[in-house]
Design a protein around this ligand. Structure first.
Ligand code: AMP
Ligand code: ZN
Length: 487
């Protein structure tokens, strides 16, 4: 279904009608994780918002190239010249690539549990060192960077003579100077707001590569410029990430891309808002966070029980991606209630009987669902419409409203499309039900086998046992009766 879609562009601070660079195609780049520790629920929120956006574009029939990188080098810690991965490798006495592998695997496993669609390309910083060196050479040739003592820095003041450094974060250069001085431990720089394109590696720095400027490693901001250009072109449609990346990371990305390609790289900048806990941003560094595995196991003092991944997903989708969302036990318990209500009526709707006429306007309800999503991916409004659908399902089931067969089809398919394909929820209640059903069936067969054995009907009892083995279900006879295991 083609229809107008509006999205909020952080560059203009306005909602704009989406007009892709190339008709029918969407190029989308999202800054991925720095893989030096487990992702917390806050990180997951940002990635989930873009998973939902990706799903909606796919549903609308766009061909989407979705690039989400893995930062496995170069992301400097706030307090030193060392990057996060090298620091962790040194502390844990591991090879940096062991750290990278461990946390990349964890990241993928977690996202799978939350039912994420994989991106089209997941490039790594370390896989694009050559391209980063080439980009630095171009920026040097264009006079917007300088080399000092084996490091190369972007010359922000020079860039700002012709372009606007601060165009995205709405800062002026004086603010930038103000903000960077405090963190600055890099005395080689001409000006404190300059940022590293290439850093000389001190002898103890483990991640290191050869370059025209000596042995070193790339600056964090550069990888995203290089990889987005390589896979999506010099100008592409959407660049996303959390709000906290707007400055300096995304600001620097714009400057680097302009310095290389002389054009604005991104049409629409989309930023997701933060997940907070106790009113404060969830963050790795402060310890104010909750890990996805703690949600699934209930093993965290901030929660009273475990929650299914889809419940956590529903909790996140109930908030607009640009609003702050505060995590609390009460909030996720309430989300679980809502999620269960939605899933109960989804289970019920396939049993509804059609009538000769409809008393409900299903077509305009469906249109409202699309309008909500096409209005800057407004999932809370969409969910309110889905609950209107829940109400209707119950009314039709109670015989208080009626729907024709074709309207019933529209209701069922619209509920399914938005709940499962676009919000990305899974019916975890259904899988619980399925497990219960399987357990009941196997126990029934065990009972029938016992009766067969009591009757000395060995043929039947062996048949039950053997056929179950073929299905991967092993029966084990013991003193306390027969138990089973599933392989
Ligand atoms: P990092 O691995 O620190 O680079 O973060 C990965 C992504 O998670 C980035 O897009 C961040 O903006 C995002 N992020 C970090 N903390 C939060 C939070 N509390 N809520 C939402 N997104 C976050
Ligand atoms: Zn990035």
């Amino acid at each position: 279904m083609k229809q107008d879609l509006y999205l909020y562009n952080s560059l203009s601070n306005k909602k704009e009608r989406f007009e892709p660079v190339k008709e029918g195609y969407v190029g989308m780049y999202v800054c991925g994780p720095t893989v030096y520790s487990n992702v917390h629920l806050g990180n997951v929120r940002t990635f989930m918002s873009f998973d939902m956006i990706y799903r909606y574009f796919l549903h609308l029939g766009y061909k989407v190239r979705y690039v989400r990188n893995i930062t496995d080098a170069g992301h400097l810690t706030d307090d030193s010249d060392e990057d996060k991965i090298s620091k962790k490798a040194r502390l844990e006495q591991l090879e940096p690539m062991e750290i990278v592998q461990k946390y990349t695997t964890d990241f993928h496993l977690i996202l799978q549990k939350f039912n994420f669609l994989p991106p089209s390309i997941e490039p790594t910083a370390t896989g694009h060192i050559l391209e980063q060196i080439e980009a630095i050479e171009t920026i040097l040739e264009n006079g917007l960077a300088y080399e000092v003592n084996g490091s190369v820095y972007f010359d922000v003041l020079k860039y700002n003579e012709k372009e606007h450094y601060g165009i995205l974060s709405k800062r002026n250069i004086e603010d930038a100077i103000e903000n960077t001085r405090a963190l600055d431990g890099q005395s080689d720089k001409k000006n404190p707001q300059d940022f590293a394109l290439w850093k000389k590696a001190e002898p103890e720095h483990i991640q290191r590569w050869n370059s025209p400027w000596g042995i070193g490693f790339p600056g964090w901001h550069l990888e995203c410029t290089v990889m987005s250009t390589k896979y999506l072109g010099e100008q592409f449609d959407i660049h996303g990430g959390g709000m906290d990346l707007k400055f300096p990371h995304h600001e620097c990305e714009i400057a680097q891309a302009q310095a290389c390609n002389h054009q604005n790289p991104v049409k629409y900048w989309l930023h997701g808002n933060m997940l907070t806990m106790n009113g404060k941003k969830m963050a790795k560094s402060t310890g104010n966070n909750i890990l996805p595995d703690e949600i699934f196991s209930g093993d965290n003092p901030n929660i009273s029980k475990s929650f299914a991944p889809s419940v956590a997903r529903f909790f996140m989708m109930q908030a607009h991606y640009r609003s702050i969302l505060d995590f609390s036990n009460d909030a996720i318990l309430a989300a679980e209630k809502g999620y269960n209500r939605l899933m109960d009526s989804i289970d019920l709707m396939i049993k509804l009987q059609p009538a000769g006429s409809s008393s409900l306007d299903v077509a305009s309800w469906k249109a409202k669902c699309y309008q909500a999503m096409s209005d800057d991916f407004n999932t809370p409004v969409l969910i309110a419409h889905l609950f209107e659908g829940v109400k209707w399902i119950n009314l039709v089931n109670d015989g208080k409203e009626t729907l024709t067969a074709s309207d019933l089809d529209v209701l069922v398919s619209t509920m399914n499309v938005f709940t499962f394909d676009i919000l990305g929820l899974e019916n975890s209640k259904k899988s619980d039900n399925d497990t219960e059903r399987l357990d009941g069936l196997v126990k029934l067969l065990i009972e029938m086998r016992k009766t067969a054995r009591d009757d000395r009907n060995w043929e039947l009892s062996d048949k039950i046992r053997d056929e179950l083995i073929v299905l991967g279900i092993q029966l084990k006879d013991g003193k306390e009766g027969t138990t089973y295991s599933i392989s």
